[in-house]
Ligand binder design. Structure first.
Ligand code: ADP
Ligand code: MG
Length: 616
C-alpha cells in the first residue's frame, strides 16, 4: 500500500489550533489583552462591537514590533517569549505558546498596526483566514493595534454556536475584569458599541476593585497580607455579612495571572467557617506570588488552571492569613492600613465599633401573608378557594361547590387527574387532614391514600405562577417602603436590572433614581419582605448571569423563577395548619402542580393499597 500520511497544511493546522484557543469572542479579548501587557503597555484600550462578533480591537502603547516581527507574529509557534524549554520554568509573561495570533488570524479578518519607539514609521498587515492580503508602511503611534473582525467568518458552525450578545458581552467583561484586576498599574478602558463602559485609571488595588465593582464595594473589603518564604499574599476578602448568594466576585491571581482553583477556594471557605449565612459565598480578590519554578501553568490550553508543587502548604498559609484578617477586622474594624482616604464613604452607624457579623431576620415575615386588597385587586385569604385565575388555565374548572367525585378508580399520574385530586381535597371535609413531616413534607389524606408534598418545591410552583401572572397582566400589588432603599450594584449588574426593570415593576417593584451604579426602591411586591429585597435582586442578577440563553430564553420566566426560588418557604420551616392547607390548595390550583418551576417533582401519592400490601 502506498503511504497515506500527509502533513497538514499550515492554515488547516491553525484552524484546528484555533478551536482550542478561541472558543468565543472573549478568548480573543484575553489573548490580545495579554499580548498588550507582555509588550509592556501601560495604557490599553479595548473596543468591541456586537459583543465582539463584529469587532474586537485592542490598542496598546507597548513596545510594538519590527517589520519582520509583525509578519512573523502570525506564524504558529512564533513567540518572542521563550527560546528554550528551560525558559518555561522562568516565565514572567502571559503568553509563550506562540499560537494565539496564528489561531486568530486563521478564523477572522485581522488588521495589525504596530510601531516601535525607535522606528519612524510602522507596519500594517491585513490577514484573512491565514492569507496575508496586504502589508504596508503606515504612520501610527508607538505601540500596537490589532483589530479582529468577523470572528469565525469561515467556520459557520462555530459562529452559529455563539450565544446572544448579552451572554458573549458578559464573557468579555468577565475577561476584562480579570485582566484589569491583575494589573492595577495599567490603565484600561472598554468601549462597547461606541460607548465607554469602563475607564480604569492607574490606581492602587483597592481603588481598582472599587472602580470595577462600584463605590459601595469599598466598605466591604478587608485587607489580607501575608509574606512567607513560599507564598506572598496580598489583596482583600469581602466582609462576611456581604457574602453573596452566588459565587461572583471570587478572584485568585497567581503571579498576576487569573486562575481557578477549587482547592484554594476551599481554603478561603474554611477560613470563613462559622461566619457565613448558609448558602452564601464570600468575595475575594487575592494575589498570590510564588516562585514560577514551583508552578505549572501549561496544563490547560486556556491557562486558567494551574498546578502547584506544594498545594498543602499554600492551602494552610492562605487559610490562616484570611482567618487572621477576618479576626482582626472583627476586633478592630477600623484597622485598615491600606485605606485610601479618597475612597472613604461614610460608614453607617451599624458598622461602627465592634460588632459580630449580623444576620438580618425579619420576625414579622410571614410568607403566607396575602395582599390587603389594594388598588382594587382581588386577593385571597387562607381559607378561601384559590385565586380565581383558572380562566387562564382552561381545563382546570373549579368544582369547589360540587359533589365529591368518585375517586376510587383514580391513579394520580396525569395532570388532569391531579387537578381532580385537588377538588376532592376542597370538597370533602378534610380541613384537619394535613400535617407536616420533618418540617419538609406536607402530608394530606386523600380518598385513595395520601399525598406527600415537598413544601419548598410546591411553594416555588405557586409563587412562580403568581409572578408570571402578575407580570403578564401587569397587576402586581405593591407595598410602599417607609424609607426608600438604595441598593448599589456594579454597572454590569445594573445593566441586568435595567433590562428587567419593566417586568420587575409589573410584579410590584417601584423604582426611582436608577443610575449606572445604584437603584432606589420605593415599593416592593407584597410577597417580598423588606429584609429580603437585596438578596432577591442579587439572586436574580446572578441567575440571569448564569443563564445561558437559548432560543427559548425568556427574561420574564427567569425572573418569575428566580423570585419564586428566593421567596419560597424553605425546607426546615415549620408550618401552621392553615399554612399547610394553603399550600395544598394553591398548589392544585396551579397550571402545572406536578413539578416545580425547575421541573422537580412537587408531590407523590401513596395509595392505601400500597400501604395495605406492607401490612400483609
Ligand atoms: P505568545 O504571546 O504566546 O508569544 P502570540 O501569538 O500571542 O504568542 O504572539 C506572538 C508574538 O507576537 C509575541 O510573542 C510577541 O512577540 C508579538 N506580539 C503579539 N502581540 C503584541 C503586541 N500587542 N505588542 C508587541 N508584540 C506583540
Ligand atoms: Mg500571546
Amino acid at each position: 500500500m502506498s503511504d497515506v500520511i500527509q502533513l497538514l497544511p499550515d492554515h488547516v493546522a491553525n484552524q484546528i489550533a484555533a478551536g482550542e484557543v478561541v472558543q468565543r469572542p472573549s478568548s480573543v479579548v484575553k489573548e490580545l489583552l495579554e499580548n498588550a501587557i507582555d509588550a509592556g503597555a501601560d495604557v490599553i484600550k479595548l473596543i468591541v462591537k456586537d459583543a465582539g462578533k463584529t469587532l474586537i480591537q485592542v490598542i496598546d502603547n507597548g513596545k510594538g514590533m519590527s517589520v519582520t516581527d509583525a509578519r512573523l507574529s502570525f506564524e504558529r509557534h512564533a513567540t518572542s517569549k521563550i527560546r528554550n524549554a528551560d525558559d518555561l520554568f522562568q516565565l514572567n509573561t502571559k503568553g509563550f505558546r506562540g499560537e494565539a495570533l496564528a489561531s486568530i488570524a486563521a478564523i477572522a479578518h485581522v488588521e495589525l498596526k504596530t510601531k516601535q519607539e525607535v522606528d519612524d514609521v510602522g507596519t500594517s498587515i491585513v490577514i484573512e483566514g491565514s492569507e496575508v492580503t496586504s502589508q504596508d508602511v503606515v504612520v501610527t503611534p508607538k505601540g500596537t493595534s490589532i483589530s479582529v473582525k468577523n470572528l469565525f467568518f469561515n467556520m459557520p458552525a462555530r459562529r452559529n454556536f455563539l450565544k446572544s450578545n448579552t451572554v458573549e458581552l458578559r464573557h468579555i467583561i468577565d475577561e476584562f475584569h480579570r485582566v484589569a484586576l491583575a494589573h492595577p498599574n495599567i490603565s484600561f478602558s472598554l468601549f462597547n458599541n461606541g460607548s465607554e463602559t469602563f475607564n480604569l485609571p492607574v490606581s492602587n488595588y483597592r481603588q481598582r476593585i472599587v472602580n470595577i465593582f462600584g463605590n459601595k464595594t469599598n466598605e466591604k473589603l478587608v485587607p489580607v497580607e501575608e509574606d512567607t518564604e513560599v507564598l506572598k499574599i496580598s489583596g482583600f476578602v469581602g466582609k462576611p455579612e456581604f457574602a453573596k448568594k452566588t459565587r461572583g466576585e471570587q478572584y485568585f491571581f497567581v503571579n498576576n495571572r487569573f486562575i481557578k482553583s477549587a482547592y484554594l477556594n476551599h481554603a478561603i471557605l474554611s477560613a470563613f467557617e462559622g461566619l457565613l449565612k448558609t448558602g452564601t459565598h464570600p468575595s475575594y480578590f487575592l494575589n498570590l506570588k510564588v516562585n514560577p519554578q514551583t508552578i505549572d501553568i501549561n496544563i490547560h490550553p486556556t491557562k486558567t488552571e494551574i498546578k502547584f508543587d506544594d498545594e498543602h502548604t499554600l492551602y494552610a498559609i492562605l487559610r490562616s492569613a484570611v482567618k487572621h484578617s477576618l479576626g482582626q477586622f472583627n476586633i478592630a474594624p477600623v484597622l485598615d492600613f491600606e485605606r485610601d482616604a479618597t475612597l472613604d464613604t461614610p460608614y453607617n452607624k451599624n458598622n461602627v465599633g465592634t460588632s459580630p457579623p449580623k444576620i438580618e431576620v425579619d420576625s414579622n415575615f410571614n410568607p403566607f401573608q396575602e395582599a390587603k386588597p389594594k388598588h382594587g385587586r382581588q386577593t385571597t385569604t387562607f381559607k378561601q378557594t384559590p385565586d380565581n385565575w383558572d380562566s387562564l388555565y382552561v381545563g382546570l374548572e373549579s368544582k369547589s361547590n360540587g359533589e365529591p367525585s368518585d375517586f376510587s378508580e383514580l391513579t394520580f399520574e396525569s395532570e388532569e387527574k391531579t387537578s381532580a385530586l385537588f377538588e376532592e381535597n376542597e370538597t370533602s371535609d378534610t380541613a384537619n387532614s394535613t400535617f407536616q413531616l420533618h418540617n419538609k413534607y406536607i402530608i394530606s389524606a386523600i380518598k385513595s391514600g395520601m399525598l406527600v408534598i415537598d413544601q419548598h418545591r410546591a411553594h416555588q410552583r405557586i409563587l412562580y405562577e403568581d409572578f408570571l401572572k402578575d407580570i403578564t397582566v401587569k397587576e402586581g400589588v405593591s407595598q410602599q417602603l417607609l424609607f426608600p432603599l438604595e441598593l448599589h450594584f456594579s454597572s454590569q449588574e445594573m445593566e441586568i436590572v435595567k433590562h428587567l426593570q419593566q417586568d420587575l415593576e409589573h410584579t410590584g417593584f417601584v423604582f426611582s433614581n436608577v443610575t449606572d451604579e445604584s437603584i432606589e426602591i420605593k415599593g416592593v411586591p407584597v410577597t417580598v419582605p423588606e429584609s429580603e429585597i437585596s438578596i432577591i435582586l442579587e439572586q436574580l442578577i446572578s441567575d440571569v448571569q448564569n443563564e445561558v440563553p437559548d432560543a427559548n430564553f425568556s427574561a420574564t420566566d427567569l425572573l418569575a423563577k428566580s423570585m419564586a426560588k428566593s421567596l419560597a418557604i424553605k425546607t426546615g420551616q415549620s408550618l401552621q395548619k392553615d399554612e399547610q392547607e394553603h399550600i395544598v390548595n394553591k398548589l392544585f390550583a396551579c397550571k402545572e402542580p406536578n413539578v416545580s418551576p425547575t421541573n422537580r417533582v412537587t408531590f407523590i401519592t401513596v395509595g392505601t393499597d400500597e400501604l395495605d400490601k406492607k401490612f400483609i
